[in-house]
Design a protein around this ligand. Structure first.
Ligand code: GLY
Length: 415
């Protein structure tokens, strides 16, 4: 099958690796992907450009990785052009594109989530801070590449973030803080049919012990040894399926990947956020355990046949993923440094995100440069393997967290 993947990060590298054997094109891609796919350029924010490229490569399936093209309406344009697409329409992608919209859907679907208030004017910020904190949870209502959320005890920091969001032209959402460990559950959704992947956990803060600023994600592991046996089923039954049904009821059915970000508190799982696409870096860990060929499953979703797909098959054991970040990520990542080391060309071990080739040398071109994947019979073995690989890679000034999955390995997570 000829498949066009849109995106350029570690998530897209993992998607390509899981679909190897097909005729793959990726756009805009990165330097690490050329062994798996033809790398083309495209403006991901332009649905017309994506359709033109899909025609040019005669794509039989387009898989959209990031949220920007989805919210811009790329899936709608591809459907209009008669090209099968994995990814929701613009209307359905509002589950990620507008947090206020997601709250409205959850209220209608009876889904547990934080209480929230949407503020559009700077003069209303103080009242919202009085109502919701501390701890303050302040979110950009629009897309912010995973960096629009500030969770802090510090009122001045919360206020500054809220003011910055409003100054950027977006409304700001204040939320009550949800207690409990977080779960990322990726669900394939096709109308009312929901098929979950393995549950994963992301590490969003930049530094060990969950310190430092929020990032796009510094590491992940899957599955979750601390989740109750019926934990995935509970999230599907209480969150994903009611939301999918509500989207159908509204006349905007969801087709693609619904990322349920939930906190498992005293009342069970409550939604922290939805994303309209695979999460990064959890995808890199989750897909490394998938045995069922991915391309056929994504095509089935695109063609409205998910209900007929055989149950997904998974490898035994665990997977872990550790992100190598450029110096000063996420504040002002320093790019341009040479990336060298073992396994850089092996997508089973290293998934590239912000890499480019300059005069034949691999260099860092983004804040999250790459991630290493380890698998093992135990979570501890999987993590050790991911660290063994990352230790063989050099990028001056770069850093990575050294505690990915540690609380889970030490049994320190309980519900
Ligand atoms: N892992 C966070 C995200 O993909 O948004």
């Amino acid at each position: 099958m000829r498949i066009l993947v849109i995106g350029s990060g570690g998530r897209e590298h993992a998607l390509l690796h899981a679909m190897h054997g097909h005729e793959l094109t990726v756009a805009p891609g990165n330097a690490g992907m050329s062994g798996l796919a033809t790398v083309r350029s495209v403006d991901v924010a332009s649905p017309e450009a994506i359709v033109a490229l899909a025609h040019d490569v005669e794509a039989e399936l387009v898989v959209i990785g990031p949220e920007v093209p989805l919210v811009a309406g790329a899936a709608d344009a591809l459907i209009e052009a008669g090209i099968p697409v994995f990814g929701p329409t613009q209307a359905a992608a509002q589950l990620e594109g507008s947090k206020a919209f997601a709250k409205d859907v959850m209220a209608a679907a009876g889904v547990l989530t934080a209480s929230a208030s949407r503020v559009e004017a700077a003069e209303d910020i103080e009242a919202a801070l009085d109502e919701f904190g501390p701890r303050y949870v302040v979110k950009d209502d629009g897309l912010a590449g995973g960096k629009g959320v500030v969770v802090t005890e510090d009122r001045a920091e919360a206020k500054a973030h809220a003011e910055a969001v409003i100054a950027s032209g977006n409304p700001v959402l204040f939320e009550s803080f949800l207690e409990g460990p977080e779960v990322s559950l990726f669900c394939l959704v096709d109308g009312e049919t929901v098929v979950p992947l393995l549950p994963a956990q992301d590490h969003k803060r930049a530094y060990d012990n969950d310190e430092g600023p929020n990032t796009g994600g510094m590491g992940a592991y899957a599955p979750l040894p601390w989740l109750p046996e019926d934990g995935v089923e509970t999230i599907v039954d209480t969150i994903a399926r009611p939301v999918a049904a509500e989207m159908v009821r509204r006349g905007t059915p969801y087709q693609g990947l619904l990322y349920v970000g939930a906190a498992w508190g005293p009342e069970g799982p409550a939604v922290v956020e939805f994303n309209a696409r695979f999460g990064d870096p959890e995808t890199q860990a989750v897909l490394s355990l998938l045995e069922t060929p991915l391309a056929g499953v994504l095509l089935a979703v695109a063609q409205g046949r998910l209900a007929q797909v055989e149950p997904l098959q998974w490898r035994d054991g665990f997977a872990a993923m550790v992100v190598l970040a450029a110096e000063d990520y996420p504040q002002a990542a320093k790019t341009g440094g040479a990336v060298t080391g073992e396994a850089l060309g092996d997508p089973a071990k290293v998934l590239h995100a912000g890499t480019a080739l300059e005069d034949g040398q691999l260099v860092a071109s983004g804040g999250r440069v790459l991630g290493t994947v380890g698998r093992g019979a135990t979570l501890k073995e999987a993590v050790a393997e991911a660290y063994r690989v990352i230790e063989g890679i050099e990028l001056p000034g770069s850093f990575y967290r050294t505690d990915i999955a540690r609380p889970a390995i030490e049994g320190a997570i309980s519900l």
